[in-house]
Each structure stands twice: as C-alpha cells, then as structure tokens.
Write a protein that binds this ligand. Structure first.
Ligand code: PMT
Length: 407
C-alpha cells in the first residue's frame, strides 16, 4: 500500500448526510500514515458528533472560529498553513457558494481563504441542487481558481432521487489523495501543447478552417497535468473549458499559433503538436467583406510555416511529438512525417470515417518512433490521452537518460 507518511491532511466537514462517509476516510488516511486534523462547520455537527472524528484522528476536532482554547493551541492561520492538503468532504452547495464568494463566517471557510496549500472539494448534494445553474457557476469558478473538484458521483441519493450529486466513496477520495501526493511520471516537466483548429481569414467575416474540436488536445493536457507536468496549451478556437491547471493561450490563426509556440518552445521539455493547423492561408485577406459580384471567386493560398518542423529544428529542442491525421495509407504517411520533421514520436490517426479523429469523442492511434511502435485501441479520447501520455513519459525518460549518458 502506498504511504502517506509525513503528509498532513486537514479534513473539512460540512453539513450533509455524506458526513458519515468521512469517518471512513479519516480511518483510511490514518492507516496510510497521514496526519489528519478535522474541522467541522456548525451544520456538520447536526449530522455526526465531533467525538467520532476525534476518536478516529486521535486529535481534538476544530469547531469554532472564536474558540480561545483551540486558538491558543494552534490558531486558525497556523492550522491553514500546517496542512499539505485541505480537503472539504462533504462540501455542501451552501458551502461551495460561500467559498466561491470568499465568505469567512465560520472556521472552515476562514481556513479555505487562509490556506496557501491546495484545496480540494468533494461536492455532495441533491441532484437538482447540483444541476442548478448557480451551483454549476460556483463550481466552474472554483475550478478556475485552481480548487480541485473531486466528484460528485451519480447514483441513488439519501432523499430518494437518482442523479449526479452523491459524494464519492471514502475509498475513491482516499485514492484521489494518494494520486494528489504521488509525483506523477511527468513531475517537473514543462510540456507545451497545441490543440484545436486554426482559422485563416478570407475577409473580416469569413475564414478557412477544419473540423478539429480540440477534444484530443485538451484530453492530452488534462492527462499530462495528472502526471505532474506543468502544461501550456496553445489552442485554436474551440468550445471547451480550459483544463484545470493548464496555462491556456488562445490563438486564432496559424501565424498566431506559430508565434505563441516559438516564444515558449525553447524553454519547454516536451512539445506535442495536436492542433490541426491550416497548411495554407489566404495570401491577401480582404479588409472589407467580399461582395458577391461574379459566378466564381479565386483565392490565392500560400503555405503556412510548419510549427512542428520549426520546433524540431531548434537546438537544443524539446522532445517532439507530432500527430498525423490521414484518410489513407496512415502508416506510410505517418512514418514519412516522423522522418521528414525529425520527430521523436508520431501518433497517427485515421480521420474522415466518423469513428475516430476529428470531432468525435473517440479515437485510436498508431504511435511510431525510430525503433518502435505501439497501438492504442479505440477508446474515449480521455483514455487514449492517458495511454499516449504514459508512452510519451516513458520515451522521454529514455531519451533523457540516453542524452545524460552521452554528455
Ligand atoms: O480536435 P479533435 O476533434 O479532437 O481531433 C483530433 C485531431 C484529429 C485533430 C488530432 O488527433 C490530430 O490528428 N491532429 C493533427 C492534425 C493535423 O494537422 O495533422 P497533419 O498530418 O496535417 O499534420 C502533421 C503534424 O504537423 C501535426 O502534428 C500538426 O499539428 C503539425 N503541423 C501541421 C501544419 C503546420 N503548419 N504546423 C504544424 O505544426
């Protein structure tokens, strides 16, 4: 079993029937070697007695912002700094709303505001309350503030409803804590990634683009963050929320993507080119809307710079991973691109059949490098991304140790 020794977890409990699950969570954390302190809001105490958590954690439970005795032992600012992780489980709708608004009218809210450490929340509420736009907005804004969202799960609820809103089980929350503290295969790696399409202006209202939704690239960003990488995502226009924890640079044209990437590539360890960059742009985009004046219209297109090939030609350069989107002879074209662009790795996908590649939620890849290959079978883009990031981490580590041996 993975150890949590030396890890300090501050567990916040708010008012909800799921509070009973947190007792099991305390037990699991203590068993794995973590030091646990528990803070309860006034409503939490209506569901479970503080004594339960005191007995399990081996420490007094913190209840009140104005408790002179507790403050003299460890004041609330010190408590906020003491922990390595502040986990609120269960986190009620009311608590999430107040937390998002920056309220500090009880001890736990004060600690969330005062803690310099990562804060995770495990939402638990009725499915209708969870679906309410106010809750959704609070959750979205908390995620944008780097609060980690663990759950909720879907299923039968204490009130008899069925839907999304159940708190994750104690074991799942415990696994998330373990994952949070495990360094990850790309810990410390600076990863630069392109995603989505580019738009090449024809005139102020029209453009040339393609069917890329950004789903594959955004899934890769999330998977790399989960493996500990610090991710900069240069993205063309897509309708997706920024992956939590990524530094998102929004661009529109291939030239803007080129500029954003070239500015950051020299300081990056890994570069993944997942964007579907327009190969051509309109030579002279019109300043005014082009009027319909004849039966045909010719546009002169000129070649865009190849971002991936340019990054790959840098010296020194990041570990370069390209994509190949092909409708036919996938392997032949992918191997050609691997060689011509001097890449460390290329992930080839069949596109145009509706089952994988552009737009769909699924993909499958044939991945090639100089002396090897690996197939990633048909699965959700999230799953394909996890597998590809694992493979990249493996190959990158090999390349780095080979480099170290040569110097
Ligand atoms: O966004 P989704 O809807 O989820 O779809 C995912 C995807 C199909 C777009 C993705 O999996 C994918 O295949 N991305 C690469 C698409 C592409 O442009 O392939 P290509 O074979 O034309 O280009 C080869 C490589 O060169 C790619 O890594 C591309 O990013 C890069 N390139 C191409 C042209 C250019 N000017 N600059 C580049 O960097």
């Amino acid at each position: 079993m993975q150890s949590l020794s030396n890890k300090k977890v501050l567990l916040g409990i708010t008012g909800g029937i799921a509070a009973y699950k947190s007792a099991e969570l305390v037990r699991l954390l203590i068993k794995a070697g973590a030091e646990v302190r528990v803070v309860m809001t006034p409503s939490a105490q209506k569901f479970v007695q503080p004594l339960t958590y005191q007995a399990l954690s081996g420490h007094r439970v913190y209840l009140d912002l104005f408790d002179a005795e507790a403050e003299s032992a460890m004041d609330h600012i010190e408590l906020a700094r003491w922990c390595d992780l502040l986990l609120v489980a269960p986190a009620s709708a009311d608590f999430l709303g107040k937390m998002n608004a920056g309220y500090a009218d009880n001890l736990l809210l004060t600690l969330c505001l005062a803690s310099p450490q990562p804060v995770a929340v495990a939402p638990a509420m009725n499915q209708q309350m969870f679906a309410n736009p106010a809750t959704q907005e609070n959750i979205k804004q908390l995620a944008a503030k780097q609060v980690l969202l663990w759950g909720p799960a879907s299923g039968e609820q204490a009130c008899g409803d069925v839907g999304l809103g159940r708190m994750l089980e104690a074991q799942q929350l415990f696994d998330n804590v373990l994952l949070h503290f495990s360094p990850g295969k790309l810990a410390g790696v600076k990863l630069l990634l392109t995603a989505g399409p580019t738009r090449e202006a024809i005139d102020p209202v029209r453009y040339i683009s393609n069917r890329s939704s950004g789903k594959m690239g955004y899934a890769l960003a999330a998977a790399a963050i989960e493996q500990g990488a610090s991710v900069t995502l240069v993205s063309g226009p897509v309708a997706l929320p920024a992956p939590a924890g990524a530094d998102l640079i929004a661009v529109e044209s291939a030239q803007q993507m080129y500029d954003a990437v070239m500015q950051r590539a020299p300081a990056s360890d890994v570069f993944i080119a997942c964007a579907a960059v327009s190969d051509y742009r309109v030579d002279q985009a019109a300043n005014q809307k082009i009027k319909k004046s004849s039966d045909s219209l010719s546009l002169k297109l000129v070649l865009n710079a190849d971002i991936l090939a340019t990054v790959s030609a840098l010296a020194p350069r990041p570990f370069c991973v390209g994509f190949a989107a092909e409708t036919q002879d996938v392997e032949k074209y992918a191997l050609g691109k691997l060689q011509q662009k001097k890449l460390d790795m290329i992930a080839a996908n069949q596109v145009g059949d509706g089952n994988s590649g552009f737009e769909t939620d699924f993909n499958q890849l044939e991945v090639f490098w100089r002396d090897g290959r690996h197939s990633i079978g048909h699965a959700s883009k999230a799953e394909v991304a996890n597998q590809l990031i694992e493979l990249i981490a493996e190959r990158y580590t090999c390349a780095r140790s080979r480099q170290a041996q040569q110097t």
